[in-house]
Design a protein around this ligand. Structure first.
Ligand code: AMP
Length: 216
């Protein structure tokens, strides 16, 4: 399976992607995670990315396209992948199409998570993440068993610096202006699946997988 998962910030891309990639045994490639890792390691790319991410803006297309192209060329992507959070602009989508052509690969489906904007802010401000294994939690809908600590590896959970009400406003307007047009782009290519992202993690993941099974 070669898949993309897209949706507004807080739509649950990372949470559902985790279950889908496990189910199909394909790598879950999140550009946001790649940037956060680089920021933590303070690499030159991480330092550059931080200056955009902390303000709720997108990292420039040329930087983002390059890291995705490099990642997709790795051997673990030969049998498929799930890209989460990429592409986010029309330029990225066009560049991605070129990359797929060069690698002689075909996209199977684009999962577009549909979530009402009123839910998004509460989902984002309540989001917590494990710095070690990357598992995501929600203080209301997906609480860890022991408050503040990861169920899987026991690390202390953290809140992303860009998960605050101020930054969310710019992330949402960036999404509406730059990423939403990709819905049409992939609709025209007949690979778009619009799926409701509002249920709990287990229900939504199962619904996505059963829809993907139908198109296999
Ligand atoms: P995410 O974890 O997907 O919410 O991404 C966190 C932040 O990383 C975004 O708000 C952007 O600033 C940046 N980012 C992630 N993916 C991309 C992308 N495809 N293009 C540009 N910036 C991105």
């Amino acid at each position: 399976m070669r898949l993309l998962i897209m949706g507004a910030p807080g739509a649950g891309k990372g949470t559902y992607a985790e279950g889908i990639s496990k189910h199909y045994g394909i790598p879950h490639i999140s550009t946001g995670d790649i940037f956060r890792q680089a920021m933590q390691e303070e690499t030159p790319m991480g330092i550059l990315a931080k200056s955009f991410i902390d303000k709720g803006n997108l990292v420039p297309d040329d930087v983002t396209n390059k890291i995705v192209k490099e990642r997709l060329s790795k051997v673990d992507c030969l049998d498929g992948f799930l890209l989460d959070g990429y592409p986010r602009t029309l330029q990225q989508a066009e560049e991605f199409e070129k990359t797929l052509k060069e690698l002689d690969l075909k996209l199977d489906a684009v999962i577009n998570l549909v979530v009402d904007e009123s839910l998004i802010v509460s989902r984002i401000v309540n989001r917590r993440i494990c710095p070690t294994c990357g598992k995501g939690y929600n203080l209301v809908t997906l609480k860890p068993i022991k408050e503040g600590y990861c169920d899987v590896c026991g690390s202390e959970l953290y809140q992303r610096k860009d998960d605050n009400e101020e930054t969310i406003k710019s992330r949402l307007s960036v999404y509406n202006e730059q990423t939403k047009p990709l819905i049409n782009f992939y609709e025209e290519r007949k690979v778009l699946l619009n799926l409701n992202g509002e249920g709990n993690a287990k229900e939504v993941t199962e619904c996505i997988i059963s829809t993907l099974e139908e198109i296999k």
